[in-house]
Design a protein around this ligand. Structure first.
Ligand SMILES: [Zn+2]
Length: 208
């Protein structure tokens, strides 16, 4: 589909690149144009690498079939590792949260990446995130514990509450716990320092 772009300058190729860049999160139009001009001044080798990475992005990176984390293979290296405890699932919002938890070295279970949190105001509903897939996993595998590890927010509370309700409805027999990180600090998991995040994993509380 060809998209038409607002005219910003007399150079339509520059306008197009500026609009494409400005769709990235937290990038306004001015910054986008500055970046477009920056790119114009880069060596062609860098630009070729850049273009090639974008072109093959969906081909090279997929969602793991089991946990929906990013992976270059059908099933990611964590799900495939038989040294990991498959009976504990840590439910997280996104891939960077998984990296942060891995850095703590305090967790040896597996993950489930929701991809987002329930946010009705942003139009993100239950069917937009991988909750059904999580419930399927708890039905099929022998799961002893589900850990909910979200950054502190209203969306996180809504999502945690919904998952808890569903698990109870589906007669989940294992423990349901929640990490304590950020709940009082208002910080996010992705930027957490490993020691306090690790501590809050160890100190996780059972939801009742
Ligand atoms: Zn996986």
């Amino acid at each position: 589909m060809m998209q038409s772009y607002d005219k910003l300058t007399t150079i339509s190729s520059l306008d197009k690149l500026t609009h494409i860049i400005s769709r990235l999160p937290s990038i306004g139009e001015k910054t986008a144009m500055r970046l477009a001009i920056y790119l114009f001044n880069c060596e062609s080798e860098y630009l070729e690498d850049f273009a090639e990475s974008l072109n093959s992005l969906h081909e090279n990176i997929k969602l793991c079939k089991k946990c929906f984390s990013l992976s270059e293979t059908e099933v990611c290296s964590i799900c495939e590792n038989d040294k990991r405890d498959n009976s504990i699932i840590c439910v997280i919002e996104s891939f960077p949260d998984m990296l942060a938890i891995e850095r703590t070295k305090e967790y040896n279970g597996v993950y489930h990446v929701l991809g987002n949190l329930i946010a009705p105001l942003k139009g993100i509903g239950i069917s937009d995130i991988k909750i059904k897939e999580l419930l399927d996993r708890t039905k099929n595998d022998d799961i002893k514990e589900i850990i909910l590890a979200f950054s502190a927010s209203l969306e996180a509370d809504t999502t945690a509450g919904f998952i808890y309700k569903k698990l109870i409805e589906e007669n989940f027999k294992g423990k349901i716990t929640r990490i304590t990180y950020g709940i009082s600090l208002g910080s996010d998991i992705e930027n957490a320092d490993s020691r306090s995040l690790g501590r809050s994993l160890i100190d996780r509380l059972e939801i009742e």
